[in-house]
Structure formats: C-alpha cells, structure tokens
Design a protein around this ligand. Structure first.
Ligand SMILES: [Zn+2]
Ligand SMILES: [Zn+2]
Ligand SMILES: [Zn+2]
Ligand SMILES: [Zn+2]
Ligand SMILES: [Zn+2]
Ligand SMILES: [Zn+2]
Length: 258
C-alpha cells in the first residue's frame, strides 16, 4: 500500500439535527501508531476503506455491514474507486447506508457472491455472531471452511445456520495453530486477510507475509500495522499483489444492481 503512512483516520460524525457533517481528525504518526485513539469507531466500524484498505477520510455505513468507504474520488488514494460521491452529495447526506445494507444483499466473504441477508424472507447469507465481525457467509461456504476434514460436522453446522443457529467465522482463530487471539500479547494478535477468511497470529505468520519488502528474496509487503485496531492487516498468499497498486486488484466489492 504505497503512501500509507503517516496516516489520518477521520471519524465522520453526523449531526442529525441539521445535517452538518463534522470531521474529527485523529492524527497518527509513525511513532504512535499502536496508541491510536480511534474514538467510538474502534471495534464498531471498520477503520479502513472496504475498496482500497487504506485509511484517511472514510465514511462509515450505518447499516449492518459496519464497513467504511472513501466517499469521494478525492479522498481515496489514486487507485480507490470510492463511492463516487461529489462533495455536495456527501454534505447533503443525512446518513449513509451502503447499497448492500439498503437492499439486504450482502456478499459471502468466502465465495464473494451476493445473497439475500433478509432473515424474514429467505436469507441466503448470514452474519458471523462476533460483535466486531462484519462478514456474512453462505451456510455451506462457512461450514466447509470450519470443518474441512469432517463432512458430517460441516453438514450439521450448515443445517444449524439455515435454522437460525449462530456461528463464529474462521477469521477469529489462527489458521496455523488453531488458537484464538489475545489482543494483550502482541505476538498473539491476529493478522487478518482483507480478501478472504484467513487469519494468522503475528507469531505464526509465514515469512512470505512480510511487513516490508525483502528484495533479495523477492518478498513483497503484505502486512501493515496501525491500520486496524489491535490487529495486523494482511493480504494472504492467495491473492496476487498488483505492483502498481501495492495491494491485490480492487474487484472484490459487489453492490446489488452493479
Ligand atoms: Zn478507498
Ligand atoms: Zn453497509
Ligand atoms: Zn459463499
Ligand atoms: Zn467473524
Ligand atoms: Zn497461531
Ligand atoms: Zn486471503
């Protein structure tokens, strides 16, 4: 992610009374990256843009998805498509709800396909039960990931989810040692892939998922600190990094009607 630091996270608060948009800027510097004060945004809304995975001036969806987006082409980094709002449109918004939340059509984080998330009429994708997780899944897709080697258990979980049962998605455990995260111990913080349900403890990260280029070994940066609260942001080895972008190709967000 070229040009990612130093960094500003902007918490866009709406004053519903007069429709004024107020920007609270929390300045980050290279020294203080781990003591970031994300205000109310922390643990509720995503701290980086769902398109380009960078911070800056981001607009939070007030629907269920809890994602954030660069709202205008100007606020996004050069490669971010953004929501494409003009500044006038942005300031005229009483609140922002993304198209996925508006139409209750969310993408499965495993297969990427859109499905209905309307629990009152034939939901196809269901949200992970973790309060800070904003991902939806097809029951079949998440059950297969959670029980790779146990077909019977996967089928049972799939039926449970369809019947309204809860599940915790795969991103909350390390894919190497299968243990949970511990935010107090930096080595046991999770490094979460932004493009697929795969997480590693910081200590379990493969060498090829590096924080900085290791030119002599042909390893390119795939991990960043300070963008997500108490977590490391990664692109796992399943995604090719596009050299000019410094991140994988931005084709992963689907809105209904696109
Ligand atoms: Zn963006
Ligand atoms: Zn949304
Ligand atoms: Zn799926
Ligand atoms: Zn989850
Ligand atoms: Zn681990
Ligand atoms: Zn991945």
């Amino acid at each position: 992610m070229p040009g990612v630091m130093p960094h500003d996270i902007i918490d866009l608060n709406y004053d519903l009374m007069d429709g004024e948009v107020e920007f609270n800027v929390v300045g980050l510097n290279e020294v203080g990256l781990n003591e970031v004060e994300l205000n109310e945004v922390e643990g509720v809304f995503d701290s980086v843009c769902a398109f380009c995975d960078d911070g800056g001036e981001i607009l939070c969806c007030e629907g269920r998805c809890m994602r954030s987006f660069h709202a205008t082409v100007e606020t996004g980094a050069n490669m971010c498509p953004s929501l494409g709002f003009s500044l006038g449109e942005l300031h005229g918004l009483p609140r922002f709800v993304c198209k996925n939340c508006e139409y209750q059509q969310h993408q499965c984080f495993a297969c990427g396909k859109l499905g209905s998330s309307n629990v009152f009429s034939g939901a196809e994708v269901f949200p992970c039960v973790s309060a800070t997780c904003n991902y939806f899944y097809h029951p079949h897709c998440v059950a297969k990931l959670l029980y790779r080697e146990n077909k019977a258990a996967a089928e049972e979980l799939e039926r449970n989810i369809v019947g309204g049962g809860y599940f915790t998605c795969p991103i909350h455990k390390c894919c190497v040692c299968k243990q949970e995260e511990n935010k107090e111990d930096s080595q046991l913080q999770l490094a979460v892939c932004r493009r697929c349900p795969k997480s590693y403890h910081r200590k379990c990260l493969p060498r090829a998922i590096a924080f900085e280029d290791i030119a002599e070994e042909g390893i390119i940066t795939r991990a960043w600190e300070g963008l997500l609260p108490d977590r490391v942001l990664i692109f796992c080895l399943n995604h090719e990094i596009v050299e000019e972008l410094g991140i994988p190709i931005i084709d992963h967000i689907k809105f209904p009607g696109d």
